[in-house]
Design a protein. Sequence first.
Length: 204
Amino acid sequence: MDGTLVDTFQLNLRSFSHAVNRTLTAEEAIDIPSGTLEEQLTNYVSNGAVSGAVERFHDHYKRHFDSASRVFPGIRALLFTMRARGIKLAVCTGASKEIAEYTLTQSGLSQYFPTIVTGDDVNKPKPDPEGLRIAMERIGAHSDQTIYVGDHPDDIAASRNAGARTAAANWGSLHGTKLYDLKPDFLFKHPFEVLSLSDFFTVE
């Protein structure tokens, strides 16, 4: 979702900084390990202050969402076309259910994703494949019928761990060099390049 469908990097950076009462640099934000928001916040606030920090993050995120985020150019047309072709779509994100649903609804993208797997639905975050396996099960897709498109190295690793094809969304990634080094099955510079894989998908 983040960095692939919707450009929320600055919004997340500012919301996290607001939550921990400290201005993080972009480099610091990029290096925050995968995990739930609560787990990420424990590196910056005491255990007793985590719940308050989560509330501050959510509040700032929602108040500034419209002005500090955008759907990546080409995404709406891509999703419309894929749905029209009968391709099953799902979101697998490390974000909380609350934030994921809010982001997709506010962005007008929720209509394309009847299946959403969030950080609240798994015991282990990416690069563990748990979330992807849940998503594939819910949409009735085998791993050899699935391509996972993501902007983060953990997305590539999770996809491989789940037995799915790997695809790097380089149009919004802040990890371009690392993505190249991981040699994903596909590397896309623009969302519409995903349609070049139309022959791969099994459409019912």
